[in-house]
Design a protein around this ligand. Structure first.
Ligand SMILES: NC(=O)c1ccc[n+]([C@@H]2O[C@H](COP(=O)([O-])OP(=O)(O)OC[C@H]3O[C@@H](n4cnc5c(N)ncnc54)[C@H](O)[C@@H]3O)[C@@H](O)[C@H]2O)c1
Length: 370
């Protein structure tokens, strides 16, 4: 019988989520024969109290800056050079803030195994030349010439690291890779559902951070839970519409996976985008100032993603079709006062749509386009 070598895994990134996922992947690697024990983790080097973060991680088995209080398995090895970390890997798990992905791909180009596969945990978009947006997984595939699946879900990193039960979604078109990726990630407290609707999974993961900013504005303005629920619902409808318009062929069922409605809810209550957006309304400080003050090196995704989405909507003359996303972008960039937020969504197309046609068809699942 042919004996295949165990698959080597590299985690490209070591922030809050990168470290939490390293804890899972490291312990799964020790338990599963078809995964190599040694898991490399690319760490963007920084000094912590005069000592290199990579040295601290390799000696204390803890990322004291981005995931303090949680031990990483000792087989997770921190490596400061991304090429060294990734060159022998069969599976590359990308988990860095999206603004760094292009530079990182240029560094890795031609230096990884041509047979490697990727899994992106990165939430966000990048600008495409010519006015659109690029999905991060598409950037990885195009630049590195390897297939890239995605993992998104209601997964606040600290709670996952605490081993509190949650679910996640892997979007993977290639049926051969889905089970392998699930084996690397799944534990008894972190349950994985694999779907083939890759793009919708990824778009959900990026767009929900915009909605979370809206939820933070609602909190900052002292509006109630009903208002927040309205913002979440309108946000969800804009997410569905966005996929329908720009990524046709997506499935409505994907929005009911962890990457859809569940991630939206958790981010609108617990995430950093909500927290900073609330402070933005209350303090009047800039988003950048608050990111520096409140997040200890972690990066915000929502305002960035809102800007990229707006760039595309503006180019296509579609800002008014997505009033929630548009208002959030304008507030984040100081073009609109937070107090004007609700006025922008009072006459949302969702409310104007309540004509007899929609009423009669009842938006039945059978009639739904996605
Ligand atoms: N934290 C969560 O709860 C969570 C959950 C799901 C998904 N995500 C997503 O995972 C991705 C990574 O987020 P995170 O929470 O692990 O990171 P983070 O925001 O906690 O940390 C920022 C990371 O970026 C690194 N960095 C800074 N400058 C860099 C540079 N020039 N080049 C490369 N790296 C640099 C830092 O060293 C640090 O590791 C994001 O797309 C995020 O949306 C996060």
């Amino acid at each position: 019988m042919a004996c295949t070598a165990p698959k080597r895994v590299c985690i490209v990134g070591s922030g809050n989520w990168g470290s939490a996922i390293a804890k899972i992947v490291g312990s799964n690697a020790l338990r599963q024969k078809h995964i190599d024990d040694r898991v490399t983790m690319y760490v963007y080097e920084e000094m912590i109290n005069g000592k290199k973060l990579t040295e601290i991680i390799n000696e204390q088995h803890e990322n004291v800056k981005y995931l303090p209080g949680h031990k990483l398995p000792p087989n997770v090895v921190a490596v400061p050079d991304v090429v060294d970390a990734a060159k022998d890997a069969d599976i590359l798990i990308f988990v860095i803030p999206h603004q760094f992905i292009r530079t990182l791909c240029s560094t890795l180009l031609g230096k990884i195994k041509p047979t490697a596969i990727a899994l992106s945990l990165i939430k966000g978009f990048d600008r495409a030349e010519g006015g659109g947006i690029d999905l991060i997984s598409h950037i990885i595939t195009r630049h590195l010439k390897i297939p890239c699946a995605v993992l998104m879900g209601a997964n606040l990193a600290n709670e996952v690291a605490d081993e509190k039960f949650c679910e996640t979604t892997i979007g993977c078109k290639d049926v051969r890779n889905g089970p392998l990726l699930r084996d690397i990630i799944q534990t008894d407290y972190f349950r994985v559902v694999v779907v083939d609707d890759e793009d919708t999974v990824e778009v959900c993961g990026a767009l929900k951070n915009i909605v979370a900013c809206g939820a933070g504005f609602v909190d900052g303005l002292g509006l109630g839970d009903n208002t927040k629920a309205a913002v979440i619902r309108l946000g969800l409808m804009e997410m569905v519409k966005f996929v329908d318009v720009f990524y046709p062929g997506g499935k409505l069922s994907t929005f009911f996976e962890s990457c859809g409605v569940a991630d939206l809810i958790t981010t609108c209550y617990g995430g950093r985008n909500r927290k900073v957006s609330e402070a933005y309304v209350k303090t009047g400080k800039s988003i950048k100032e608050l990111e520096d003050e409140m997040l200890n090196g972690q990066k915000l995704q929502g305002p960035f993603t809102a800007e990229e989405v707006n760039y595309m909507l503006k180019n296509r003359g579609m800002e008014d079709k997505f009033p929630l996303f548009t208002a959030i972008h304008r507030i984040c960039t100081g073009q609109l006062r937070p107090a004007g937020f609700i006025d922008c969504i009072r006459n949302h197309p969702e409310h104007m749509n309540s004509n007899l046609d929609t009423y009669e068809s009842g938006r039945s699942i059978r009639n739904s386009k996605l």
